[in-house]
Design a protein around this ligand. Structure first.
Ligand code: DQA
Length: 141
């Protein structure tokens, strides 16, 4: 079982960025948490983070050629804008779970709409870093 965890723009700034919303833990701490969770379940996990929409599209396409079994994605701000990421997920048809650290439904109005939700098997939001672990467990089921 091979999972890919994709994080979008500004998530490399976790710990520094709006800690009241996203917490004080760093991006590196997130990777460690996910890595330990995967190791405990005997799952192979790889990570990708980019601030660039096209680079995220490339990573999703590459997942197809790398025979990735499941994708966990937090597209960050691109959630609310990107038809390109939606189309890439449709193209590869790999089971995907959408994750948001914060509760996008109880913030700004523009955050309530996600372009990718319709093609994801589930959306997990407002659960902090644990949302990524829940997403992995869902894909493992
Ligand atoms: C986010 C929520 C988005 O609205 C925001 O643009 C982000 C992070 C989250 O994890 O809560 O960058 O995806």
């Amino acid at each position: 079982m091979k999972l890919l965890v994709i994080n979008g723009p500004n998530l490399n700034m976790l710990g520094i960025r709006e800690p009241d919303i996203y917490g004080k833990q760093t991006y590196e701490a997130l990777l460690e948490l996910i890595g330990n969770h995967a190791a405990a379940r005997g799952v192979e996990v790889s990570f990708f983070q980019s601030n660039h929409e096209g680079a995220i599209v490339d990573a999703i396409q590459q997942a197809y050629f790398d025979k990735v079994d499941g994708i966990v994605i937090n597209p960050a701000a691109y959630t609310h804008t990107s038809v390109a990421i939606l189309d890439a997920l449709k193209a590869v048809a790999i089971p995907t779970v959408e994750v948001h650290i914060s509760d996008i439904n109880s913030r700004d109005e523009f955050r309530k709409h996600s372009y990718i939700s319709p093609v994801c098997v589930a959306t997990i939001c407002g659960k902090g870093f644990n949302g990524y672990l829940e997403a992995m467990d869902l894909l493992l089921k």
